[in-house]
Design a protein around this ligand. Structure first.
Ligand SMILES: Cc1ncc(COP(=O)(O)O)c(C=O)c1O
Length: 379
């Protein structure tokens, strides 16, 4: 199946009971057994649930993987990956990443004896300088949140393989419509399905997809043992969201390009971060590993400070000022005070997340309305 067919049919079968085209929402905690152990494959809904199974199969299908797992949030999915590690293990991570991931790594797992190195990975060969016998995981976001840096997945995968290190990619910004990390050599692909996969700003959920059976079994064990699972109603909603992923993403990309180009030509704008620009430092890598450039755009207005940036986001009307991204509606965000507030200012600013940076999640509204909204807010 091609991708646009997989979003609708991948891993899916009509429900055996009545042939319902969408899987029923199995709103149940448990399943009748005829004799102890005599069940139809489902015993307890933390472990398995048929609606969740349908979604997990859909995830595996669209990411070209063998096994899918869903969690109660993107953070719970990342948490399961870090629980594969032991005290003394080391992780190499992109230095520009979602603030919540940084917080989990530094404020939770550092206390469990895991050491994190946050480094710029725009030049993949630099990663090797940080590898030692204790390195067990390379963690990459690409494009990064919010600076839109691009990391070379293939080159990083080759380094990870050479040193026998697990390699995980947070594919939240790109989605499998644009980029397939497992095909490029990653071991684990992770999603905040809260974003483009759900697509309608109505569900918080996380997901993992892997190819390796052993790795899948360890993760299924952790999913059940720790219990941060997604509920059946939410699974139904994300399954519905995935069915239109390809057409939503196409419009997100078109509108993202229009917004990035408008901002780049605006006299009041200092800098626009969007991987589609030819002068983006890793534009060629973006072009080779992504099929388009997505709907996320960050920018810095000329000579502005914290207060000016806040004024701009307050002035926007079609773009709603809110946390999150990837829904059909356009959102604006001020990373320094919102999504990335958990990263200390000195650390943030090293990677470009200055007080005046504004991040846009460009939605699928009419392009002209989005541009007009930005025009009036920047007046
Ligand atoms: C790139 C990225 N990864 C992970 C997460 C965490 O996902 P969730 O909010 O679903 O826990 C987010 C949330 O914004 C994100 O943007």
């Amino acid at each position: 199946m091609k991708f646009n067919t997989k979003t609708i049919h991948g891993g899916q079968e009509h429900d055996p009971a009545y042939g319902s085209v969408m899987p029923p929402i199995y709103q149940t905690t448990t399943y009748a057994q005829s004799t102890p152990g005599g069940h139809k494959g489902y015993e307890y809904s933390r472990t398995h649930n048929p609606t969740r199974t349908a979604l997990e199969k859909a995830f595996a299908s669209i990411e070209n993987g063998n096994y899918g797992l869903t969690f109660g949030s993107g953070m719970a999915a990342i948490d399961a990956i870090i629980k594969l590690l032991k005290p003394g293990d080391e992780v190499i991570s992109t230095n520009d990443l979602y603030g919540g991931s940084y917080r989990l790594f530094t404020k939770v797992y550092t206390d469990f004896g895991i050491k994190f190195h946050f480094i710029g990975m725009q030049n993949a060969s630099k990663i090797e300088d940080y590898i030692n016998d204790r390195t067990k995981l390379i963690w990459v976001e690409t494009p990064t949140n919010p600076m839109m840096n691009i990391i070379d997945i293939k080159a990083t995968a080759a380094i990870a393989k050479k040193h026998n290190i697990l390699f995980a990619v947070d594919n939240t910004f790109a989605t499998p419509y644009l980029q397939l990390p497992l095909d490029l050599g990653a071991d684990i692909v992770m999603h905040s399905a809260t974003k483009y996969l759900g697509g309608h700003s109505d569900v918080v959920m996380g997901a993992l997809v892997v190819n390796d059976k052993n790795l899948a079994e360890r993760l299924y064990f952790l999913q059940n043992a720790s219990g941060a699972v997604s509920g059946p109603q939410d699974c139904f909603l994300v399954l519905r969201g995935i069915k239109t992923l390809h057409i939503r993403m196409q419009r997100h990309c078109e509108n993202g390009k229009a917004v990035a180009e408008f901002l780049a030509s605006h006299p009041k704008i200092e800098k626009v971060y969007w991987p589609g620009f030819e002068d983006h430092p890793n534009h060629d890598i973006a072009k080779s590993q992504m099929s388009d450039f997505g709907g996320m755009v960050s920018f810095v207005p000329k000579g502005s400070n914290f207060e000016d940036a806040v004024k701009i986001v307050e002035n926007l009307k079609v773009f709603t000022l809110a946390e999150s991204l990837g829904g059909v509606e356009s959102l604006s965000g001020h990373p320094a005070s919102m999504t990335h507030a958990s990263i200390p200012k000195e650390e943030r600013e090293k990677t470009g997340v200055v007080d005046s940076l504004i991040r846009l999640s460009v939605g699928i509204e009419d392009e002209e309305d989005l541009i007009d909204d930005l025009k009036q807010a920047l007046k």
